[in-house]
Ligand binder design. Structure first.
Ligand SMILES: Nc1ncnc2c1ncn2[C@@H]1O[C@H](COP(=O)(O)OP(=O)(O)O)[C@@H](O)[C@H]1O
Ligand SMILES: [Mg+2]
Length: 259
């Protein structure tokens, strides 16, 4: 494959500010039992800029979760390239790719995905331990404190509300200081108040050296991002800078009408 022509004239002047993720012509499909695989991503190109909060919106089934998986290296796209922090993931073995992701990428999922047998503190400490870069107690507690949950550090998930569990999941993702945090419907299972706390934390997590990429169907949530893309049927249907909820609503309506 030919080297990617550089469309960004500033890039060479400011190498530190190159996109944290650069996706080009990403195509993906899942195998189906019978017949040809159904395309899910059909040529997505985008940059995640350093420090930005990028929202991904679009109808259910438009490929949002698949896009996150491809951008983060959890899935290997069928075609196209994903460059994460300067490294083309296609050039790495699965083990090297996993190592490259560690410490650069964090995840927050709709279902929190905490380990039920572990306390909040143990859940937050786990990824750093798995990465063989154990975080000391003070670092773990600072992460819990940042999300307002130091007081419940000894509780297990079953003794916490959904909002608290999601805040633990955010602390767990941030404790390794990732360059980019991917959140897939992080408020999808929460009531408005708990969801708003989670959004505040994600908003605060973006900036400086860290970007946040958030999939959401909540257009008011997406309006808090610096930029939003509207996905439709596996392609980027629109991109909005400094989106407000009304502009997002109109863009999503247009995407639906184009179906
Ligand atoms: N692991 C999978 N195996 C097979 N098909 C999948 C898988 N994940 C998603 N799909 C299909 O891919 C399409 C896009 O899914 P997804 O990326 O989850 O969309 P969204 O997050 O926008 O709802 C859907 O048609 C879905 O059924
Ligand atoms: Mg999804």
């Amino acid at each position: 494959m030919l080297p990617d022509p550089d469309p960004d004239p500033d890039l060479d002047l400011d190498l530190d500010r190159q996109p944290i993720v650069r996706a080009r012509d990403v195509e993906h499909a899942y195998p189906v039992a019978a017949g040809p695989a159904v395309p899910v991503l059909r040529g997505v190109s985008l940059d995640v800029r350093p420090g930005e909060m990028l929202a991904v919106v679009g109808p259910s089934g438009s490929g949002k979760s698949t896009l996150l998986a491809c951008l983060s290296g959890l899935e290997t796209p069928l075609r196209g390239s994903v460059v994460l922090d300067g490294v083309d993931l296609r050039t790495l073995s699965p083990q090297r790719a996993a190592r490259h992701r560690r410490g650069r990428v964090g995840f927050v999922f709709q279902a929190y995905n905490l380990l039920p047998a572990l306390t909040a503190r143990e859940n937050v400490a786990l990824p750093a331990r798995l990465a063989r870069r154990p975080a000391d107690r003070r670092t773990v507690d600072a992460a819990l404190d940042d999300v307002g949950l130091l007081a419940v550090a000894e509780r297990r998930p079953e003794a916490m509300s959904g909002g608290q569990q999601q805040r633990v999941a955010i602390a767990r993702a941030l404790v390794v200081r990732p360059r980019v945090l991917f959140a897939d419907e992080p408020t999808g299972a929460l009531d408005t108040v708990a969801g708003s706390d989670v959004l505040d934390l994600l908003r605060r997590a973006a900036g400086g050296d860290r970007s946040v990429v958030m999939v959401t169907h909540d257009l008011a949530a997406a309006a808090r991002a610096d930029r939003a893309i509207v996905l439709r049927d596996g392609t980027v249907h629109a991109e909005l800078d400094r989106p407000d909820a009304a502009a997002l609503f109109a863009a999503v309506e247009r995407a639906a009408a184009a179906a």
